[in-house]
Ligand binder design. Structure first.
Ligand code: ZN
Length: 702
């Protein structure tokens, strides 16, 4: 599970000078905010940040950013080598995600890239410009569907244009099947690109439809939802207290009328890519920091070779236990948001190292984990008597890959297995340098001026938003996901398609509830009893209004984190009406969120948390479904129109993603690595083309 950055749009075309002035002001604020819990060197930090160029190109609804890998140069040579090998292992998996996201994606990517680099025709036409945008969007979403809404892109160029461009380039560079002509290639994939009815959604969540057949993600082939559910229900043993994550690492297909799993491992499906991942993991083994970390890497290799989910659990347990290493990583089949049934996991990787100073903040939280569990507003039957091994740290991301690239999370909490989490704990991270990049890029973009009710709230946000945002992420990840327990015998998948939304709601509410607790000030995590209001205001404004900028007019809310935020905000708004806790105020035709009673709002968060925890603990599917359907999905069309118009006038991109830094191994005459250097000057398209060239690990058709 992960936490995404869903707040205040980003920076688009702010004038350089204005940006710099605002940045200086905000830097002071940031430094003040962080100094409360992290004793950082303000002066030096401010200087370095002012120099780093966080923002990069924009296209469609995307703003590209860069992140700085602070502290990399201070790592030892062996640690640098470890990062280097692990980031190679990370990049080798890129093709897997493209394939998981849709069966034609690798073929389409190659066609697009060949035309992008080799086409010699007229590049002043609208067709060409729209083609370039389309290529960049496909790179960004690792496929032909929007990374967030999961809707298929509508190409702004014609099939005729693309066909003539394909016929004009060297056919040997195109992903032709054996004996296939370029025309036949077009016939094979043009419906996927151009026909709105074909593969319309990557993940379909619409209640009542066959979610498997109507989703374009390539986790199932030729099986219905009923067949898939029957297949996995058959495998599950309700008495098994340590169940593996069934279905997590395979495609479910029908062969000769029989439903079977094609498992992803070095000798199976995606074997070509996973073998390369393993090759680099073996290099990493040679420079592991300690025996625990060595065991983690060995177990991961073993699992990639066997495809056995018991081996995967072994690896997860070792990974949770590896706490002392400075460098850490996720590499594998991890997030299940792309599967309409929430079982199959997309491939992703992040390599990172601990931010020693900032980690003190999360250590304060996790060392008080039991207090938070004991004092939460949920029924004691659903509480953990003993919270085990909640570890949390702030990390510096060194590379992002797979489902974490270019769009990424700002916090991660793993492993996903429920029984491992309760028996062995989980590791929770906040990715400090990414949050910082978002904050820096959002400086002075006009967003708060447009949407925030008054100067009082704006001042609150200015002063505390960066800090409370980080804290909310910490609480969400360190405590929220790890809190509570299922009643004995409750199926962890009982909430089915609504499981992700309910789980994210639970974690978010846990964080929101405690942000307003006096304990925060007592622990020195917040400077005063006012600060939490910044996050409350941001949450309500985002959930009731501004997150709607991320969806198309007429659409409903689909993504789990967005649903969770709307659920919380709508529910609190409706249930606070009698006491006038939250108002939607109209001023000059514009709607604003006004919070009249923060304390009561906190009470409402606590109430909803108790109910959400009950639903989760009892596996009450019907109650969960009703909450989601009633509060999380539908959009007020009038309000949506208004928000979109106001947002458009600001000229901001609603989604952000990151260009990775480039690592270069410096070698001596014998080929030994003597240093690893890092650079930040690669452009977005150069990076994507390089990855497609150097990390093309899979056949075009899998
Ligand atoms: Zn989460």
């Amino acid at each position: 599970v992960y936490m995404a950055n869903l707040k205040n749009g980003g920076i688009a075309r702010t004038k350089q000078l204005k940006k710099y002035r605002l940045m200086k002001r905000q830097l002071t604020m940031l430094a003040m905010a962080t100094a409360l819990c992290v004793s950082c060197n303000n002066g030096k930090q401010a200087e370095a940040e002012a120099k780093f160029d966080y923002t990069n190109e924009s296209f469609a609804d995307i703003q590209m950013l860069r992140y700085e890998v602070k502290g990399f140069d201070e790592l030892t040579l062996d640690q640098k080598k470890l990062v280097y090998y692990l980031q190679e292992a990370a990049l080798q998996g890129r093709d897997i995600l493209f394939d998981q996201n849709g069966r034609h994606n690798l073929v389409i990517r190659k066609m697009l890239e060949t035309v992008y680099t080799d086409y010699q025709g007229d590049k002043t036409t609208e067709d060409w410009k729209n083609f370039v945008t389309y290529v960049k969007r496909v790179w960004f979403s690792n496929g032909i569907h929007h990374h967030y809404s999961a809707d298929k892109f509508v190409p702004g160029f014609s099939p005729e244009f693309f066909k003539q461009a394909l016929l004009a380039v060297d056919a040997a560079k195109l992903p032709l099947a054996e004996g296939q002509t370029v025309e036949a290639l077009c016939d094979e994939v043009f419906p996927a690109i151009f026909d709105p009815a074909v593969m319309a959604k990557r993940v379909n969540q619409a209640d009542g439809e066959d979610l498997v057949l109507t989703s374009a993600s390539y986790y199932y082939d030729g099986v219905t939802q009923a067949e898939a559910e029957a297949f996995y229900n058959n495998l599950k043993d309700p008495k098994d207290e340590t169940p593996v994550m069934y279905g997590m690492n395979s495609r479910l297909v029908k062969e000769n009328g029989k439903v079977v799993e094609k498992v992803w491992h070095t000798e199976g499906l995606y074997g070509e890519a996973l073998s390369k991942v393993v090759y680099w993991l073996e290099k990493a083994l040679t420079v592991a920091e300690n025996d625990e970390q060595k065991a983690v890497i060995e177990k991961l290799i073993k699992y990639y070779r066997s495809g056995s989910l018991e081996d995967f659990d072994d690896y997860c347990i070792a990974w949770v236990g590896d706490l002392d290493s400075r460098i850490d990583f996720v590499n594998g089949f991890t997030e299940s948001y792309g599967d309409p049934l929430g079982m199959k996991a997309s491939w992703e990787s992040i390599v990172n190292f601990k931010d020693l100073e900032a980690t003190k903040r999360t250590e304060t939280i996790s060392s008080n984990a039991q207090w938070f569990e004991d004092n939460s507003p949920v029924d004691s039957r659903f509480k953990k008597e003993k919270v085990k091994g909640v570890t949390a740290k702030v990390i510096t991301a060194a590379i992002l890959a797979g489902d974490l690239y270019p769009s990424t999370a700002i916090g991660i909490n793993l492993p996903n297995s429920n029984w491992i989490r309760s028996a062995h704990g989980s590791k929770s991270v906040t990715i400090g340098n990414l949050t910082e990049a978002y904050n820096m890029a959002a400086l002075g973009n006009g967003f708060n001026e447009e949407f925030v009710y008054s100067d009082v709230e704006r001042k609150l946000l200015e002063e505390y938003d960066a800090l409370t945002g980080d804290l909310h992420t910490d609480l969400h990840e360190c405590l929220g996901h790890g809190s509570g327990k299922l009643l004995p015998g409750v199926d962890p998948d009982a909430l089915k398609a609504h499981g992700s939304t309910i789980e994210e709601t639970r974690a978010d509410l846990f964080g929101l509830y405690y942000l307003g607790d006096p304990k925060m000030v007592e622990l020195g995590l917040l400077p005063n009893a006012e600060a939490y209001k910044a996050e409350y205001y941001g949450q309500m404004m985002n959930g009731l209004m501004t997150q709607l900028v991320r969806i198309e007019p007429g659409a409903t809310v689909e993504e789990a984190h967005m649903r969770n935020r709307q659920l919380i905000a709508r529910w609190a708004y409706e249930h606070g009406k009698a006491d006038n806790v939250i108002e939607l105020v109209k001023r000059d035709g514009k709607t604003f969120v006004k919070i009249n009673d923060y304390e009561k709002l906190r009470g409402l968060f606590g109430e909803l948390l108790a109910e959400i925890q009950r639903i989760k603990s009892e596996g009450d599917y019907e109650a969960g479904r009703q909450l989601v359907e009633q509060y999380a999905v539908q959009v007020d069309q009038e309000l949506h129109k208004e928000i979109l118009a106001r947002y458009e006038a600001l000229n901001l991109a609603p989604y952000k993603g990151f260009i990775n830094p480039v690592y270069t191994a410096v070698t001596d005459a014998e080929g030994n690595i003597t240093d690893v250097t890092i650079s930040y000057d690669e452009s977005y398209d150069d990076q994507m083309l390089r990855y497609s060239r150097d990390y093309a690990t899979l056949p075009y058709r899998n």
